[in-house]
Design a protein around this ligand. Structure first.
Ligand SMILES: Cc1cc2nc3c(=O)[nH]c(=O)nc-3n(C[C@H](O)[C@H](O)[C@H](O)COP(=O)(O)OP(=O)(O)OC[C@H]3O[C@@H](n4cnc5c(N)ncnc54)[C@H](O)[C@@H]3O)c2cc1C
Length: 375
């Protein structure tokens, strides 16, 4: 993210600021406090001096992230719905030397890489990799004591013994970073529309659809938002009355698909998640052998050129993955809330009945795999 942002800042500096373009002004260390959408102006405050002033706008692009102030202006409209929450996961992220087993150019999924925890590994520059390991909130207290320990040798020894995905280069470094940080949370946003024509506002990126990093597509979708908006401006000759509604028409389905895939391709129930991992492996193999007979697993389709996230969502829904996980995840989350605020008493195994729904899918896949192996 930082590289992309720095690249864009340099581009603006070179193209507009250096050319002393009177229409260009960059205000760093300045935050939007409030959007006065009726008068098409924003109140900004300089962080260092505390000075405040109003800036008028022709078009306000709300790309101000998960806690967007610009989005608040849209929320005043009666036909705008939004839902702001978090991903119900608590995670720690470490930046370690890339183990030889890991791809330097692709995201790796690390299902059940540590007890109770699922992770992702994202390649970084300089032969480094970002490993994020998360646990659903209702299982946090069930984590092995060693993973909650603040003693570096204890964590290092435990990870050395129990990290199942691949060998790490330096377990002490992993443990030092693990102990040196709090458990993180990250937000999730759904919006029913990404624009207001009368107020000349458009939302992009996390302001519109913040999500779990679990499929590694938040930044990609934000960049695609900007690109689609540009394409629509060109198509409509800069006419905002046409561009803004068309933007929502094209992008809301992608943003909603992004957030729901990142959340519901995974399951908060550990056993159902394990079955899903088996499903991924079996379906991927069968699809390779019989591409016309067996559809690919949605996880393999993410990020493929020409495949929209809405297409992946349709596939995941059609295969029953999203409906099944949505039921379990929503139920798990609801029960956690009800028990944590004392509405109901805690009982174990509240979601296990949903597991039965997953078994037939995997059983069919396994049966088909055996059949294919025998021919
Ligand atoms: C652990 C992790 C791993 C991830 N990995 C990936 C990945 O592999 N691939 C991927 O595609 N995505 C990934 N993402 C998601 C990605 O980081 C985000 O989707 C992306 O940064 C969103 O960009 P954005 O510009 O919309 O929002 P942000 O990056 O949040 O930027 C918003 C900007 O607005 C500024 N701002 C906020 N409020 C105000 C205000 N009131 N006034 C002025 N400025 C304001 C902020 O300071 C910030 O600079 C990951 C996210 C996490 C947490």
């Amino acid at each position: 993210r930082n590289f992309v942002v720095a690249g864009m800042a340099r581009y603006l500096q070179e193209k507009y600021a250096s050319a002393s373009d009177p229409a260009f002004a960059a205000l760093y260390d300045t935050r939007v406090q409030y959007v006065d959408e009726r008068r098409r102006r924003v109140l900004v405050r300089a962080s260092v001096t505390g000075e405040e002033k109003y800036l008028s706008y022709d078009l306000l692009v709300g790309c101000d992230g998960v806690r967007s102030v610009v989005r608040e202006a849209l929320a005043k409209s009666s036909n705008f719905e939004m839902d702001i929450g978090d991903i119900f996961q608590e995670f720690k992220a470490v930046h370690v030397e890339k183990p030889p087993a890991l791809s330097a150019s692709a995201m790796s999924l690390l299902p059940a890489a540590l007890p109770e925890m699922t992770g992702i590994a994202l390649p970084e520059t300089g032969n480094m990799v970002n490993i994020s390991m998360g646990v659903p909130r209702h299982r946090r207290s069930k984590l092995p004591a060693e993973l909650q320990s603040e003693d570096i040798p204890t964590v290092a020894a435990y990870v050395r013994k129990n990290f199942r995905a691949f060998d790490l280069v330096d377990y002490d470094d992993f443990a030092r970073q693990w102990v040196g940080q709090e458990w993180n949370r990250t937000g999730q946003v759904h919006c029913s529309s990404y624009h207001s024509s009368p107020h000349r506002i458009v939302l992009m990126g996390d302001a519109a659809h913040a999500t779990s990093p679990s499929i590694g597509m938040g930044m990609n979708t934000a960049l695609r938002d900007a690109h689609v908006f540009y394409e629509l401006l060109v198509k409509h000759g800069d006419e905002l009355d046409k561009t803004l509604p068309d933007f929502s028409k094209e992008r809301v389905r992608e943003g909603q698909a992004l957030t729901d895939l990142a959340y519901h391709l995974y399951c908060f129930d550990a056993k159902a998640q394990l079955l899903e991992v088996v499903h991924i492996i079996v379906r991927s193999k069968l699809h390779k052998m019989l591409p016309r007979l067996v559809e690919d697993h949605p996880q393999n389709m993410i990020g493929r050129t020409g495949v929209a996230l809405a297409d992946v969502y349709a596939q995941a829904s059609g295969l029953g993955i999203i409906p099944k996980h949505r039921r379990i995840n929503d139920e798990t989350r609801r029960r956690y809330f009800e028990t944590s605020v004392g509405m109901i008493k805690d009982t174990e195994g509240g979601t296990s009945r949903w597991l039965t729904l997953g078994v037939p899918i995997v059983a069919i896949s396994l049966g088909l795999a055996k059949y294919c192996a025998s021919i």
